[in-house]
Design a protein around this ligand. Structure first.
Ligand code: PMP
Length: 426
């Protein structure tokens, strides 16, 4: 039988850290990551035949659960017609029309192949549109691995202890201004001083790369106001929150309209897809209509579009997000109850189908400092305890968890029973 340990050993000889994306290496929690062979519904199965209830969901895309039969059928039908043409197709038009219909601020949209490409391109466009170079981001937010955005970043950059990566030229990083998340005063002060130089503000409208931190009331509104006053472009990075916290994303949930929106994850249904879009006036600055260049050999790939489109159609069904949120809330409430019974201080944040667990006595976890003050050692013990019990949580205290439509009562009940045993041993 194959073992994850042997595969990890082999992998590390030929792939840096044995993985193609850093958090997968379990650096934040230690130990050997299970190598996954297949997945179905709420479960992933490793090469040793162990089954786990999965709350990573490929880091967000698998909102319908793994290997959903209708998504697979759509992909199979697309594959039969050819894998890529590098020419326009009808399914790209259908995808763009659906996105523009469902996401309130989208008038036009362009498909790319990852969230990183979406944010990188949106920033170039905002700079091209405004003629300014500076961008504002928030500490602990992750927007992919483009140079300008790897400054005080969250996710794997934070887990690996390098929030500001070597290799990013100082001449690039100097244009990135970082502020504390949820600090409206800091935003106003910065704009008072430098508003005229700022091209854009990019924000995760619910932060999901420093665990899960919702916006405080008024924070997103402040961003909208200062951008309007100073002519800056407001970019919502909804790569994670899009089709995750509501059908129309965080912008619909919180009632704030950004100028540009970045999407990824769910819109690809598990295939490599991203998108950025927004106001027509800005989007028409893009090549070939306008001068801001952006392109992609495989962008709008027909197989990827088929997976994404079917996924979006299924999540558009009435009541989908209400049911998803109920599941997520009952999971979080159950975990809090069991923690309390075990005498463990646990806080949870949850928005739609995403959640965060915090081992802390604090009443509120609303910024990077509060996340960093949580008990990381306790998280590691909890994580490994749950893994042994067959529950696969994100292997880092700085990542959000994801619930899918396939997490039925049995899966949630089994998760809570496992948590009860693990919390008692903490
Ligand atoms: N933005 C956000 C908010 C994300 O969560 C991520 C990935 N986790 C990205 C951008 C980057 O997306 P990708 O990994 O597809 O490049």
């Amino acid at each position: 039988m194959k073992s994850s340990r042997q595969l990890f050993e082999r992998a590390r000889q030929v792939i840096p850290g044995g993985v193609n994306s850093p958090v997968r290496a379990f650096k934040g929690v230690g130990g050997t990551p299970p190598f996954i062979e297949r997945a179905k519904g709420p479960f992933v199965y490793d090469v040793e035949g162990r089954r786990y209830i999965d709350y990573v969901g490929s880091w967000g895309p698998m909102i319908l659960g793994h290997a959903h039969p209708e998504v697979l059928a759509a992909v199979q039908a697309a594959v039969e017609k050819g894998l890529s043409f590098g020419a326009p197709t009808e399914i790209e038009v259908r995808m763009a029309e659906l996105l523009c219909r469902l996401v309130p601020s989208l008038e036009m949209v362009r498909m790319v192949n990852s969230g990183t490409e979406a944010t990188m391109s949106a920033i170039r466009l905002a700079r091209g549109y405004t003629g300014c170079d500076k961008l504002v981001k928030f500490e602990g937010c992750y927007h992919g691995h483009a140079d300008a955005l790897l400054v005080k970043a969250g996710s794997g950059a934070l887990t690996c202890g390098v929030p500001s990566s070597p290799g990013v030229p100082a001449s690039v990083a100097e244009h990135t201004l970082t502020l504390p998340y949820n600090d409206s005063d800091a935003v106003r002060e910065l704009f008072e001083r430098q508003g005229g130089e700022i091209a854009c503000v990019i924000v995760e409208p619910v932060a999901g790369n420093m665990n899960c931190v919702p916006p405080r009331p008024g924070f997103l509104q402040t961003l909208r106001e200062v951008c309007d006053r100073h002519g800056a472009v407001l970019i919502f990075d909804e790569v994670m929150t899009g089709f995750r916290v509501a059908l129309g994303g965080a912008q619909q949930r919180f009632g704030i309209t950004p100028d540009l929106t970045c999407l990824g994850k769910v819109i690809g249904g598990g295939m490599p897809v991203g998108a950025f879009g927004g106001r027509r006036e800005i989007m028409e600055r893009l090549a070939p209509v306008g001068p801001v260049y952006q392109a992609g050999t495989l962008s709008g790939n027909p197989v990827a579009m088929a997976a994404g489109l079917r996924t979006l159609e299924l999540v558009s069904e009435t009541g989908f997000f209400e049911r998803l949120e109920e599941k997520t809330e009952s999971l979080c409430a159950g975990l809090r109850q069991r923690a309390e019974a075990a005498g463990v201080a646990l806080r949870t944040n949850c928005v739609g189908g995403m959640f965060g667990l915090f081992f802390t006595e604090a009443d509120e976890v609303a910024d990077f400092a509060a996340v960093m003050a949580c008990d990381q050692e306790r998280f590691k013990r909890f994580f490994h305890g749950m893994l042994e019990e067959g529950v696969y949580l994100a292997p880092s205290a700085f990542e959000a968890g994801f619930v899918s439509a396939a997490h039925d009562d049995d899966a949630i009940t089994a998760t809570l029973a496992a948590a009860e045993r693990v919390l008692r041993r903490l």
